[in-house]
Ligand binder design. Structure first.
Ligand SMILES: *Cc1c(COP(=O)(O)O)cnc(C)c1O
Length: 483
């Protein structure tokens, strides 16, 4: 299996060749040359597999340059119940992504039982083990540099902690994350994890990362890489749980289902799109946004109009507060019949701060074939949905999952079983839960007093030279040994 760029001007590469990189050299995103197809016989055989065996079956179709035994070992190590034990009482954690049925035909797929209580662990844990394996083979090292406002950074740190050959330099806005999020990240004592609290906002941290990444000499000298959401391996790992959720919610492969997906950068739902393209019977992919509705607008009107960061709202489902959806280009590539020249033209407008419109093209007529529906949600909707779910089913959900459930119920076709992806546990977003329910969410065992653990982080001004000096001082084996 080879991977090609959505902009059509980069050479095809294998899975491990694109694993450690980001964008393709032509500025596009990598996708498989063609989507592997899953036959009816395979679907029938996959129905009874454990999560790890299913992950191996699915990923084997995309990863053809890692020996099968090695891949099996990596997948088994990644998808073990010990890693995904932060579930609510009564969840069958042996399933890795247990399905919780609220009422017949309405389910939550629990994707947030991993170490950081958000679905990003599902992919990031695999990435950590793949990185370690590949770096070991190449006798190479990698210094991961990123900026986070919460979920992605902590998922990356928990996936990379203690891994040979890998260091993580994660920038976060000083004093701007919740006490729980700070505790999650800053309490890590692993020598290969460096938390840098930048005096400023998330955008300041992001600017610093961009400034360092634009210094190509520095970047290659210090082997700097990223783990952002456009990484293909992350998308591929997420395809697996669409299969797992489908099997758990149905009794035969003749049935259709709808998935509803709380969306920001379009990474999660992109995996659902690919699962459908492979042959999984998904009749509806329901995309839910919060007040930052750039994607809902596209599916309603045909116009993709990224907002500037100044027009991006801070909401109570913060992990969906995006101005543009970095994975969306993958879907558009398929929508336009994989016409890379067309994608390049669209994104030359987007990259210049503009927009594109498919309403007047033939692509608007083919959009329904892709089975998307969409809607958006507000803070008031989240409170109502969290309350209703608690009162009706005794199940506490987080703010992002509430966006998904609200839009899913609104847009699902009557009679279709609905599987709502649970993208975080309520414990992560205590403040809004208290606002909705007048009580605090339960914390998973062991995390009750995480705020009291000793914390380890470096406070820094928004100063590129200071950051570079810090990285240079810590990013070589000589310096980390014994530190
Ligand atoms: C990252 C995140 C999302 C958005 O997922 P995308 O793949 O960016 O669309 C939704 N909910 C939570 C809790 C997240 O952390």
């Amino acid at each position: 299996m080879k991977y090609i760029s959505t902009r059509g001007k980069a050479p095809a590469k294998t899975f491990t060749e694109i694993l450690l990189g980001g964008l393709a050299p032509d500025g596009g995103l990598y996708l498989p040359e063609e989507y592997p197809q899953v036959s009816r016989a395979e679907l029938d055989a996959w129905r009874s597999l454990s999560y790890a065996d299913l992950a191996f079956a699915v990923l084997s179709k995309f990863i053809t340059d890692i020996p099968a035994d090695d891949l099996k070992g990596i997948v088994d190590k990644t998808y073990t119940p010990e890693v995904y034990r932060n579930a609510r009482a009564g969840s069958d954690t042996a399933q890795i992504t247990p399905l919780r049925t609220l009422e017949p035909g309405l389910h939550l797929l629990e994707l947030s039982n991993g170490p950081t209580l958000a679905f990003k662990d599902m992919a990031m844990q695999l990435l950590g083990n793949l990185f370690e394996y590949v770096l070991d083979k190449q006798h190479a090292e990698l210094n991961i540099l990123g900026a986070t406002s919460g979920d992605t950074g902590s998922a990356a740190e928990y996936a990379m902690r203690g891994k040979r050959g890998i260091r993580v330099f994660m920038l976060s806005p000083h004093g701007k994350m919740s006490a729980f999020q700070r505790a999650q990240m800053y309490s890590l004592q692993d020598a290969n994890i460096y938390n840098i609290a930048v005096r400023g906002m998330f955008d300041d941290a992001q600017d610093l990362v961009k400034a360092v990444s634009n210094d190509h000499a520095f970047k290659s000298r210090h082997k700097i890489g990223t783990v952002n959401s456009i990484n293909w391996a992350r998308v591929s790992a997420q395809i697996v749980y669409y299969f797992k959720g489908y099997f758990a919610a149905t009794t035969s492969n003749d049935q259709d289902v709808a998935f509803s997906v709380p969306s920001g950068n379009f990474g999660n739902i992109c995996a659902g799109h690919i699962a459908r393209m492979m042959g999984l019977p998904i009749a509806q992919l329901i995309l839910a946004t919060n007040e930052n509705d750039v994607l809902d607008e596209f599916f309603r009107t045909g116009v993709y109009r990224p907002r500037g960061t100044e027009n991006t709202y801070q909401t109570s489902s913060p992990s969906m507060d995006i101005s543009k959806a970095s994975n969306f280009e993958r879907f558009v590539f398929d929508l336009v019949g994989r016409d890379a020249a067309r994608v390049s033209r669209f994104w030359s407008r987007v990259d210049a701060g503009g927009e594109f419109d498919i309403k007047s093209t033939e692509y608007w007529d083919s959009l329904p074939e892709f089975r998307f529906a969409s809607g958006s949600s507000t803070h008031a909707d989240r409170l109502t949905t969290i309350r209703a779910t608690w009162e009706k089913y005794g199940v506490m959900i987080d703010t992002h999952t509430a966006d998904g459930l609200k839009v899913g119920l609104e847009r699902r076709r009557p009679g279709l079983p609905l599987i709502c992806l649970e993208t975080a546990l309520p414990a992560k977003f205590e403040e809004t839960i208290v606002e909705a329910l007048g009580r605090k969410p339960e914390r998973p065992v062991g995390l009750e007093s995480i705020e009291n653990l000793p914390q380890r982080f470096e406070v820094m001004d928004k100063d590129v030279d200071q950051l570079k000096a810090y990285i240079a001082a810590h990013a070589t084996s000589e310096h980390t040994a014994g530190s």
